[in-house]
Design a protein. Structure first.
Length: 500
């Protein structure tokens, strides 16, 4: 896509999503009268931009992040919050949880909007219309996978036969559908993404879908369902495309301050612009509170966010094993007059480290364009899949590619054996360091039937008796590794069943 086209699309997204300084609910194809909607390519393109814009709804972006990342062990909640995110973090979910309801509603809104466009475009249409159909199929497949990952048990438990989420088909009224199995939802997402990849021929910017974006998500999906050969196949297709490259050195250290269009590693991101209100409603507001300069200059705290969630002591300790690791750039010690501050609300002498992966895009404190897929994941998807297939050296080769980029020593088979570790152990350790705060950690553990152990101060300790016990262990079979189906959906649809 040409530079001027990119600018036009970004402006269109911003205009659709905002009016003056106030955000409004986006109503793409679902808000257009059926008799007049989607009758020409212009209508379809406009409606497609509207569907992308739904992803940018603050209730979706924030809730999706809280539901996925706050289940992990890389973050620590520094003090109790009135926000439902506390339950996400502490594994005390309730059926009326705000973030589960927000996520469900907005994800299905995307699916319904995409379905209308998909149904309106015949498979024998022009290349431009096929491209748009493919993009909507991608968005639908993405939502299907995101939903089943949050509300359905890991695929590797029960071979996917546990309850998932309802599948909505294009051209069929939604009605009151029952829950499909996890396996059926995975199959639907895969079918949508494969068809999307076949239809899309334009290498659009990374804030839109393209063939390689569909391939990248397919790699993630196959990895989560234990289909290691296909996880490798689709990761390799993305890598071989040559469209993306791993950022190096200072460019990598500043990765998350770059706009998506200026970032060669990003495969797909949700674009926010500097004209939008990105203070207390942004993901970054939970990680940081202060002025843009406060991350590098000791000083003010408190005027741009809440700063309630910090990097966990456990994560910082893992990162500190290699002081030269460039991934130190993604956390920042909170200092006043050069003195590292501690959190005394939960435990004494706990250093406070801000997370900065959602801050400082274009110099604005809490502005970011959340990255959903990036090239590093393709290498580490391959590494995990190869480790499970018994190809330990191939797994280490890809791990070492990421470690070299981070500026830390490479690993050898003899070295990991001496530490009594397997190839899978070191792959998961590297995934933890590389994808911290990106919503992957809990899923990495649970799909591999591994427990998550939080052995560090945080409000999760309030769940323990006595509360001086800071260790919380979540087994992969625990009921609360997934969330309740929103109660309002259960109340309005007699065919839906609740998670235990």
């Amino acid at each position: 896509m040409k530079a001027n086209q990119i600018k036009i699309y970004i402006v269109a997204l911003a205009l659709i999503f905002s009016v003056s300084s106030c955000k409004k609910e986006v109503k793409p194809s679902t808000a257009i009268d059926d008799e007049s909607a989607l009758t020409n390519p212009g209508d379809i393109e406009t409606a497609t931009i509207g569907t992308y814009a739904v992803l940018r709804n603050a209730t979706y972006v924030r809730s999706a992040h809280f539901l996925t990342e706050f289940q992990g062990d890389n973050v620590a909640q520094g003090q109790p919050s009135s926000d439902d995110l506390s339950r996400c973090y502490r594994y005390t979910h309730i059926p009326t949880g705000t973030h589960g309801a927000n996520f469900w509603k907005q994800a299905y809104y995307v699916i319904v909007a995409a379905n209308k466009i998909i149904a309106a475009i015949p498979d024998n249409s022009s290349a431009d219309l096929k491209q748009l159909k493919g993009e909507n199929l991608y968005l639908k497949g993405m939502m299907e996978f995101n939903l089943v990952r949050v509300f359905g048990r890991p695929y590797t438990q029960g071979n996917g036969e546990n309850p998932g989420v309802p599948i909505l088909k294009e051209g069929v009224p939604a009605g009151t559908p029952a829950r499909n199995t996890v396996k059926e939802v995975y199959a639907a997402a895969i079918a949508d993404l494969l068809k999307a990849a076949d239809l899309m021929t334009v290498a659009k910017a990374d804030i839109f879908a393209s063939k390689e974006v569909a391939y990248a998500l397919l790699s993630r999906i196959y990895l989560n369902m234990g289909d290691n050969a296909n996880a490798i196949k689709y990761a390799d297709l993305v890598i071989a495309s040559g469209r993306y490259k791993l950022l190096q050195g200072a460019d990598y250290a500043s990765y998350f301050t770059k706009t998506p269009e200026a970032n060669s590693e990003t495969i797909f991101a949700i674009r926010y612009t500097k004209t939008e209100d990105q203070d207390f409603g942004a993901i970054g507001s939970m990680y940081y509170s202060g002025t843009p300069g406060a991350l590098s200059t000791p000083g003010a705290q408190g005027n741009t966010g809440y700063g309630e969630i910090y990097a966990s002591q456990q994560y910082v300790a893992e990162l500190d094993k290699n002081p030269a690791d460039l991934r130190h750039s993604f956390i920042a010690p909170y200092k006043i007059n050069g003195v590292l501050q501690v959190n005394t609300k939960i435990a004494p002498n706990v250093p406070m480290y801000y997370v900065t992966k959602y801050n400082l895009q274009e110099g604005i404190a809490n502005l970011s364009s959340p990255v959903y897929l990036r090239l590093a994941e393709m290498y580490l998807n391959k590494a995990e899949a190869n480790a499970k297939l018994g190809n330990a050296q191939l797994a280490l080769d890809d791990v070492n590619l990421i470690r070299t980029r981070a500026g830390i020593p490479v690993l050898t088979l003899a070295g990991i054996a001496a530490e009594n570790k397997t190839a899978l152990d070191v792959v998961l350790e590297e995934r933890r360091l590389e994808f911290a705060f990106e919503g992957q950690r809990a899923y990495d553990l649970f799909r591999n039937n591994r427990p998550m152990t939080r052995n560090y101060p945080g409000t999760h300790a309030l769940n323990n008796t006595p509360n001086t016990n800071i260790t919380q262990t979540i087994l992969p079979t625990d009921a609360r590794v997934i969330f309740y189906v929103p109660q309002y959906e259960i109340d309005n649809n007699k065919n839906l069943t609740q998670n235990p």
